[in-house]
Design a protein around this ligand. Structure first.
Ligand code: MN
Length: 332
């Protein structure tokens, strides 16, 4: 059966998936193949979320991506062992792949690039690799050790070489400092105002904590997995918990902190770009619609949906906790 094959091409129909076809057949031995220079880690929202670590190595003269599926991603703390399942080599072209594998195909779901960059193999033996990653998120040295000679390997952090994180902002969230009539202006963006509980999602590498407007912890079922919908080492997302119990969703409206750095001093339009890159929409998490310029049309659309109004946000404004006139409330 194709599903049990280790062969990249046998698992896929290249007429149906946007993934690239292979250039060479078969898999190399990671213990002996000549190493290349680049790596990528895909964040793959398949039936189960997992991460795919891919190291460039050579199959004859052709670069390929030697790959491990790492359910919990590479550890960023010492002493943590992460399972890494050695899977089929992927074509080198796959390192730039990001997008959606259509339903019904092998690995169907959203694929994002969690990290990429240069790597250096500092130890290469049968069943054991030590490598340094110089990614934009992951910076450090890891070991990969094969267990019992099979497809299961263990990943361990040897040395973290990234900058220490900045303190995590904990609120209160920014709120409109005044009300206004509906207006159109190219220097502003307009979002429907959502009904629900405003909260900050403080997302770590492997956990999420929700804080209310008064920085009290909020206990909401399902929401503790929100970090899984983010492409990030860490993040603080401002949003609204909407919907009824059991069908709750978190709709993101802003981003305060990303990968250990505060982004509150970035202008709103830049924070919005970072937010859209970070959130993988689906399941319990979405992002509010944000439309530049046309406040009157957004108010009309919000009213058609039965929403209570619109929030106008000045495109070049920084994120300031509490009331600010850079955000305006527009009621119908
Ligand atoms: Mn995968």
């Amino acid at each position: 059966m194709a599903e049990e094959s280790r062969d990249y091409a046998a698992k896929r129909s290249f007429k149906q998936t946007p993934e690239p076809p292979p250039e060479v057949a078969g898999d190399v031995d990671p213990g002996t193949a000549p190493p290349g220079k680049t790596f990528v880690i895909h964040q793959h929202h398949a039936r189960r979320l997992h991460f795919d670590l891919r190291l460039e190595m050579f199959n004859g003269g052709t670069p390929v991506l030697v790959s491990w599926a790492v359910p919990k991603n590479l550890p960023i703390e010492k002493g943590v062992k992460a399972l890494a399942v050695h899977v089929e080599d992927h074509p080198f072209e796959y390192r730039g792949f990001s997008g959606s594998i259509p339903a019904g195909n092998y690995g169907a779901g959203e694929v994002r690039i969690f990290d990429s960059g240069r790597y250096e193999l500092t130890e290469q033996a049968k069943g054991k690799l030590t490598f340094r990653l110089r990614g934009s998120r992951l910076k450090g040295v890891w070991h990969l050790i094969q267990t019992r000679g099979g497809k299961d390997w263990l990943a361990l952090l040897s040395d973290w070489q990234g900058e220490p994180p900045e303190p995590v902002p904990t609120g209160p969230p920014m709120v409109p400092g005044a009300t206004s009539e509906a207006f159109d202006d190219p220097e502003w963006a307009f979002e429907p105002r959502l009904e629900g509980q405003r909260a900050l999602a403080v997302c770590g590498y492997r956990s999420t904590e929700l804080l209310s407007e008064t920085s009290q912890e909020v206990e909401v079922s399902l929401m503790h997995t929100m970090h899984e919908r983010l492409v990030a080492l860490s993040a603080v997302v401002d949003g609204v918990i909407s919907g009824s119990r059991g069908e709750e969703r978190f709709v993101a409206v802003d981003l305060l902190y990303l990968d250990g750095r505060s982004v509150g001093a970035e202008p709103y339009y830049r924070r919005r770009e970072l937010l859209e890159e970070a959130v993988v929409p689906g399941g319990i998490m979405g992002t509010v619609t944000s439309v530049p310029r046309t406040g009157k049309a957004v108010l009309q659309a919000a009213q058609d949906l039965g929403l209570p109004g619109v929030v106008a946000k000045k495109l070049d404004s920084i994120y300031r906790p509490g009331p600010s006139e850079d955000w305006l409330e527009i009621r119908g």
